[in-house]
Design a protein around this ligand. Sequence first.
Ligand code: SAH
Length: 216
Amino acid sequence: MTDAGARAERTMRFIYTLRSKGVTDAAVLRAMERIDRGAFLRGIFAERAYEDMPLPIACGQTISQPSVVALMTEALEVTPRDKVLEVGTGSGYQAAILSQLARRVYTVERHRRLVLEARAVFEKLNLVNITALSADGSFGLPEQAPFDRIIVTAAAEDAPGPLLAQLRVGGIMVVPVGQSDTVQSLIKVRRTESGFDYEELRSVRFVPLLEGIAQD
Ligand code: SAH
């Protein structure tokens, strides 16, 4: 088989796996088809990019499982006019998927090295509507608030107050919450005129949302 043929087959299998895990939104599937997860992984792990599993990245962190990325993106109900905030850039993969669906994506990460590496991949893939910054994302990004959508890809004990405050009325936030490393629930929060509506989606497992900027 040609290289192009093998790539097409690999992509088809990848999308098939996502569908079999319950991903149905056509725009999300198209974004997952366009963005090559292999570009966000290094060394031996790049070969496993199309398997539905989390994998190690630099700074002891992980790139999320593709089906979880897809289901969280689906839950976020992104529209082409949206300004989105992601907390926890990691490899940059989730931000890249969002960049295909939103007008503008801001993504913040406490490890500078991950920010620099993600920026390099965004540039290589010509994803010009993403801004990656190093910051403690538990405080959000007040200078760019309010946001139409907020996605947190690290687990907090509760939906962080500053993030709720930076969500526009009518906006949606998706965040894993839980007291421990093993039991967490993915929560979907909608801001209404009078408050917040909470919906529990499924159980998930994410690295914890930590305080402050890391040393590397
Ligand atoms: N979305 C990523 C995976 C995220 S892993 C991807 O697509 O690859 C979670 C990331 O959240 C880690 O890189 C971790 O360093 C980061 N993180 C944890 N606490 C944070 C905080 N307070 N502010 C910003 N980033 C944080």
